[in-house]
Design a protein around this ligand. Structure first.
Ligand code: NAD
Ligand code: TYD
Length: 380
């Protein structure tokens, strides 16, 4: 079969990447989708069981830093699009091991860019019909202040923020024009990779696009991140380590809504543009934790709230950013994207998924994970 497009999706065995791969493989049978992933601790092919036998899907175990191998794959498959998600993604790990973050996030992105450049420039049509789409984070913008700790009415509400709770915790937001000001080794490495992507457009004319998204939640997230970690701990009645006072604010988006935005922007986003992705859905950590506890308790047939005493305040994360809040008006106005899921529905769906997929969780949380978990939390 000849395909209309051949796209490499990097990091497709990870949390967000697996949702993007699934969406593209199912929605575009006329596209050949190549999942390029090194399968680090965060990569898991069990995330893609349902699509692994589809004829338009190929998995390749490869390190994005292996420039020669990436080049060869691009030539072999005649790749015309890259959706780049592979990265080291956990802030706490970046504090302990910044070198790996610089290597993967900066050098790995550079390797993907250079391979695409050399391959595409070798073709008669060069960059025509090509696209390099880099997935980034709102964390590159730094931190906003908690200037309204009690919450104020947000300037916009979306379906994601239309539930019982809808507050903004300041008047300021991250815009596409906000100056980069990363604080953690993770966000510093992501910021650097974003700059390289834009430099490849400005210097070589590569058709690039960059998006910066807020915190994602949903199925298949590695249980070192707040929501799946806490769901699993509540189930097993283990302590819930809340950093600092639990007052830090994050802006949460259901992962499938992020994947839909990526699809839209890959196809319709303007070359060289940046789009922020978020649903105006800010929550203080402690408030979201209470919602998660109530939901897990209810779904497990326990008395709602009976596990509140698992909340354990621990030493704060070093350099812990106070508030993230994304303004995604540009994406909504220019490309008509809207979150599809109301937040309470999204959390209910997410908790239900983790409780129903205990085997997925057990496979991850055996072996290596235990050691990571012990090391990470023994000094807190
Ligand atoms: P994840 O940690 O769940 O998955 C990362 C994937 O990349 C894994 O499958 C891993 O095996 C792969 N990978 C890591 N190093 C690699 C290498 N050297 N070569 C090839 N593959 C490698 O991450 P995620 O949460 O799905 O995030 C995906 C992307 O989205 C990242 O670029 C992240 O910065 C960005 N992002 C994440 C969030 C979020 O809330 N999780 C929000 C905004 C942006
Ligand atoms: P996380 O899921 O690590 O995402 P990020 O740091 O990229 O925003 O954490 C979300 C928030 O939850 C962040 O403010 C840190 C906090 N947190 C805890 O309080 N306890 C935990 O065990 C974890 C993992 C996170």
């Amino acid at each position: 079969m000849t395909y209309n497009r051949t796209i490499i999706i990097t990091g497709g065995a990870g949390f967000i990447g697996s949702h993007v791969v699934r969406l593209f493989v199912n929605k575009y049978p006329d596209y050949r989708i190549i999942n390029l992933d090194k399968l680090t601790y965060a990569g898991n092919l069990a995330n893609l069981k349902d699509i692994e036998d589809k004829p338009n899907y190929r998995f390749v175990k490869m390190d994005i830093c292996d420039f020669e191998a990436v080049m060869a794959l691009m030539q072999e498959e005649k790749v015309d699009g890259v959706i780049h998600l592979a990265a080291e993604s956990h802030v706490d790990r970046s504090i302990k091991d910044p070198f790996t973050f610089a290597q993967t996030n900066v050098m790995g992105t550079l390797s993907m860019l250079q391979a695409a450049k050399i391959y595409w420039e070798s073709l008669p049509e060069r960059y025509e019909g090509k696209r390099f789409y880099h997935i980034s984070t709102d964390e590159v913008y730094g931190a906003l202040e908690l200037s309204h700790p009690e919450g104020i009415k947000p300037p916009y509400t979306t379906k994601a923020s239309s539930g019982l709770h809808h507050e903004a915790y300041g008047e300021d937001f991250f815009y596409e024009t906000t100056k980069y000001n990363p604080h953690s080794p993770y966000s510093a490495a992501k910021a650097s990779s974003d700059h390289f992507v834009r430099a490849y457009h400005d210097t070589y004319g590569m058709p690039t696009v960059v998006t910066n998204c807020s915190n994602n939640y949903g199925p298949y997230q590695f249980p070192e991140k707040l929501i799946p970690l806490f769901i699993n701990n509540i189930r097993h009645r283990k302590p819930l380590p809340v950093y600092g006072k639990g007052e830090n604010v994050r802006d949460w988006l259901y992962v499938e809504d992020h994947a839909r935005a990526i699809d839209l922007i890959f196809h319709q986003g303007k070359v060289a543009e940046t789009y922020n992705i978020g649903g105006f859905n800010e929550w203080k950590n402690i408030d979201i934790i209470k919602v998660v506890i109530n939901t897990v308790d209810r779904l497990l047939g326990r008395k709602e709230g009976e596990d509140m005493d698992l909340i354990t305040y621990v030493t704060d994360r070093a350099g812990h950013d106070m508030r993230y809040a994304i303004d995604s008006t540009k994406l909504q106005k220019e490309l008509g994207w809207e979150p599809s899921l109301q937040f309470e529905e999204g959390i209910e769906k997410t908790v239900r998924w983790y409780l129903d997929n205990q085997e997925w969780m057990d496979n991850i949380t055996s072996g290596e994970y235990e050691k990571y978990y012990e090391d990470m939390y023994k000094n807190r």
